[in-house]
Design a protein around this ligand. Structure first.
Ligand code: PLP
Length: 377
């Protein structure tokens, strides 16, 4: 199998699975239990928190484990609006966020919030100036993703944070960094966002675990799950110890020689741009500079057919984001591409394991698809 869909999810390395297995079978204690097995687990969870927080560049006390990136996004959006409920009911976000942010915003619209959805330029870019010019005195929250999951565009979060501090310091800033974490270099401290969402399964961890950074400007954050008081009383529920150790182990493995891994992914992407550009009717979509995501369109050939054809040959790519489940992508729609180009968009995404030979096999299959299938769009 040739797996070119690392932005959808990533394979779990053996060491991660082994660490999870040990926690499931031997170190299975509940961190809230008062005997040694439980107390050991409590200590371990804090060690694992320190590992993930270290990679994010924040204090462990600022990092809260969640069940996924979607949960972190929802928590951040609602907690920011809760803190700023007396400031106003306006939110600035983009039309190309993940649905986890978009649907949370739509829910808030039903609670009388007004949401400005910024539309990117034709390359998928959104400037800090564009974001800041949409901010008003009553803007409670600005939520802008760090890396677009379909295009790979990197948005200027640190510039937005600086601009917000000058223009409207009470407005809180959230960034969905699910595709940015361990892909583009940043630290929570240097970024200046108040909330940062990350997810385990995009970096070699298991599905079902993520984390939310909550910075010092968020006073008394609104608890997501009131209950037994875990996660400093903000997100109750017995800690998912196996998922958490898997997340921490994956982060530890990714952090090892990370610059080399990122350089490798960037080289694979550059090779993909060069190789795929030679295919007739193929165009590069968006101006993504993240090392692991590349969108292309086989203009005139429906993306769903390409995905199915490549899948039959053991090659996994996606038609836009996996979360769309076959529906037209709102990200591609926001680019306002001509119909034939929009209909042919597929996303390739890479991990440290991806090789140039994988790209060559994919290019060959795409070329064959182009040469042997009728264009239908
Ligand atoms: N945000 C972005 C940018 C994503 O790419 C994804 C997953 O694809 C999510 C949020 C959701 O993360 P999770 O699958 O952990 O809920």
């Amino acid at each position: 199998m040739i797996y070119l869909d690392h932005a959808a999810t990533t394979p779990v390395p053996r060491e991660v699975a082994d660490a999870m297995y040990a926690v499931l079978t031997e170190q299975f204690g509940n961190p809230s239990s008062q005997y040694q097995l439980g107390m050991d687990m409590k200590k371990q969870v804090e060690d694992w928190r320190r590992t993930v927080a270290g990679a994010l560049g924040c204090d462990a006390r600022e990092l809260f484990f969640t069940s996924c990136g979607t949960e972190g996004d929802n928590w951040a959006v609602t907690a920011a609006c809760w803190q700023n409920r007396h400031l106003g009911r306006h939110i600035v976000t983009t039309a190309v966020e993940h649905n986890a942010v978009l649907e949370a915003c739509k829910w808030l619209e039903k609670q009388d919030y007004e949401v400005t959805y910024l539309v990117p330029d034709a390359n998928g870019g959104i400037s800090a100036e564009k974001v800041l010019s949409a901010v008003r005195p009553d803007t409670a929250l600005v939520s802008i993703m760090m890396v677009n999951n379909e295009l790979g565009n990197v948005y200027p979060i640190a510039d937005i944070a600086r601009g917000l501090a000058a223009k409207n310091p009470r407005t809180l800033l959230h960034t969905d960094a699910v595709q940015g974490f361990l892909k583009v270099p940043f630290t929570a401290k240097s970024l200046g966002a108040d909330f940062i969402t990350i997810s385990g399964h995009k970096v070699g961890g298991p599905k079902g675990v993520g984390a939310l950074y909550i910075g010092p400007r968020v006073r008394n954050p609104r608890p997501l799950l009131p209950g037994g008081g875990q996660e400093a009383g903000l997100r109750s529920g017995t800690e998912a110890t196996a998922q958490i150790v898997g997340f921490a182990k994956a982060v530890e493995l990714r952090m090892d020689h990370l610059p080399e891994k990122l350089a490798h992914m960037a080289a694979v992407k550059a090779h993909a741009v060069e190789t795929l550009s030679a295919i007739p009717d193929l165009m590069i979509v968006g101006g993504g500079t993240a090392p692991h995501i590349l969108s292309v369109s086989l203009v005139g050939w429906p993306s769903q057919n390409i995905v199915t054809d490549l899948s039959a040959q053991g090659i996994c790519v996606s038609a836009g984001s996996a979360c769309h489940q076959g529906k037209a992508s709102h990200v591609v729609a926001a680019l306002k591409l001509p119909k034939k180009a929009a209909g042919g968009v597929i996303r390739l995404s890479f991990g440290p394991e991806t090789t140039e030979a994988d790209i060559d096999a994919c290019a060959e299959a795409l070329k064959k698809h182009h040469d042997t299938r009728m264009p239908m769009l």
